[in-house]
Design a binder for this molecule. Structure first.
Ligand code: KG4
Ligand code: ZN
Length: 340
C-alpha cells in the first residue's frame, strides 16, 4: 500500500521577504514570495518596516500558496516555520502565525534553521536537478552568511569555515552602494558585470588563514579606489560601470573559489553545493560549473527560485523533520541567532 502524501505548509519571514510554500512530500506545489521594495530607498533592510510589512503580507501570501497548490488547510499534515537566525521582529510574525495555525488545525509544528534550509534546498525534487550524496560540502553565501559546511546527514552539519566580518552578500551590496546603486545591489553588480571586463581593475584578495573569509577589507579598498578615481574624473563610475562591476565580482569569485579548493583538499570531499542569495550570481554559477572539468568536482547549483530567501527550502527541511517526528510545542521561541 502506498503511504498517503505528507503536505507541509512552510513559512519564511526571517528578513525582508514574506514567503509561503506548500510541499507534497519532497515536491513543491507552490512557492510564493512577497518582496518588500520599501527598503530600497533606505539602502538596506529597516527592521521595523520589515516586521510591519510581514504583518500585512503574511495572510495573503499563505492564502495564495494554498490556493496555487490546490490544497485546503484541512489537508495539511504539518506547518514548518523559520525559527532563526534573522531579525527578531520579522521572525516573530512567521512563528506566531505558524504556532496559531498549527494549534487551530491540531497538526504538528516544525521549527527550521534558516541556514540548514539554504543547504538542504538541494533535496527538493526537481526535474533536471540531481541531489548531492552525504557527505558533501555546502557553501552558503547570502546577505548574512558566508560559510563552508561539511554536511554529513540531513541533521548533522559542521561549519568548517566562515567569514570573520562581512558576509559576501554585504560585500556585493556595500560595493554597489559605493557605486550609487540601490539596495540590494548584488543582482545589479551581476547584471553590469556581464558586459564588463573582469580584469579591467585589480583588487587584492585578503589573506585569511584556513577556510575563513574576510570581506571588509575589500569594501574599504573599493571605496578608496572609487574616491580616488572620482576625484580625478567625476564621470568615472558612469564611464566604467560595467568594468568596475566585473572586476569586483571577479575578485569576490576568486576569494570564494580559493577557499573551496582548500576545503576540497582538506576534507577529500569533492561534491560541492552552493546556497543562499548570492548563489543566484551568474558569474559564481558559471565558475563553479567550470570546476567540474577543471578539478573533477561534482557541483550542485540550486534552481534560481530556491537561491534567495524562499519558503520551499523551509518546507523541504520541514518534510525531513516531519519524517523523524522532530516536532515543537507552542512554547518554541524565535531566535535571532542560533548555533548551527
Ligand atoms: O539569502 P538571501 O536572500 O537573504 C539572506 O539570508 O541574506 O540573500 C540576499 C543577498 C543580498 O546580499 C543580495 O544582494 C544577494 O543575496 N544577491 C546577489 C544576487 N542575487 C541576490 N548577489 C550577487 N549576485 C546576484 N545575482
Ligand atoms: Zn537566506
Amino acid at each position: 500500500m502506498t503511504k498517503p502524501p505528507i503536505y507541509i505548509l512552510a513559512i519564511e519571514s526571517s528578513c525582508d521577504d514574506t514567503a509561503a510554500a506548500v510541499l507534497e512530500n519532497n515536491k513543491v506545489l507552490s512557492n510564493i514570495v512577497a518582496r518588500q521594495s520599501i527598503h530600497e530607498e533606505y539602502g538596506g533592510v529597516v527592521p521595523e518596516l520589515a516586521s510591519r510589512a510581514h504583518q500585512q503580507n503574511i495572510v495573503p501570501v499563505i492564502d495564495v500558496a494554498l490556493k496555487k497548490a490546490n490544497i485546503d488547510k484541512s489537508q495539511l499534515s504539518g506547518i514548518a516555520f523559520t525559527q532563526g537566525p534573522g531579525l527578531m521582529g520579522s521572525l516573530l510574525v512567521g512563528s506566531s502565525f505558524a504556532k496559531s495555525m498549527a494549534l487551530a488545525l491540531n497538526i504538528p509544528l516544525v521549527a527550521v534553521h534558516h541556514m540548514h534550509a539554504h543547504v538542504l534546498a538541494h533535496f527538493i525534487e526537481e526535474e533536471g536537478f540531481d541531489k548531492p550524496e552525504f557527505p558533501f560540502l555546502a557553501m552558503t553565501i547570502s546577505g548574512g552568511h558566508t560559510q563552508i559546511i561539511k554536511v554529513k546527514s540531513f541533521f548533522d552539519m559542521e561549519v568548517i569555515g566562515e567569514t570573520t566580518d562581512d558576509a559576501v552578500g554585504e560585500a556585493f551590496d556595500k560595493s554597489a552602494k559605493i557605486l550609487g546603486l540601490p539596495y540590494p545591489g548584488g543582482p545589479l553588480i551581476d547584471k553590469f558585470a556581464a558586459e564588463g571586463n573582469p580584469k579591467a581593475f585589480q583588487f587584492t584578495k585578503p589573506k585569511v588563514d584556513g577556510l575563513n573569509f574576510s570581506f571588509s577589507g575589500l569594501k574599504t579598498q573599493i571605496l578608496y579606489f572609487i574616491q580616488k578615481n572620482v576625484a580625478q574624473n567625476p564621470n568615472f563610475i558612469q564611464e566604467n560601470k560595467n568594468d568596475i562591476c566585473a572586476s569586483i565580482q571577479y575578485t569576490i569569485i576568486q576569494i570564494l573559489m580559493d577557499k573551496l579548493k582548500l576545503a576540497v583538499a582538506e576534507t577529500g570531499i569533492n561534491q560541492i553545493a552552493i546556497g543562499g542569495g548570492v548563489s543566484a550570481n551568474s558569474g559564481i554559477r558559471a565558475t563553479l560549473k567550470e570546476g567540474e572539468q577543471k578539478y573533477g568536482w561534482k557541483t550542485f547549483i540550486p534552481k534560481f527560485e530556491y537561491t534567495t530567501d524562499n519558503a520551499a527550502m523551509i518546507g523541504i527541511v520541514g518534510y525531513h523533520k516531519y519524517l523523524e517526528n522532530q516536532f515543537e510545542d507552542a512554547s518554541v521561541v524565535s531566535k535571532a541567532r542560533i548555533e548551527f
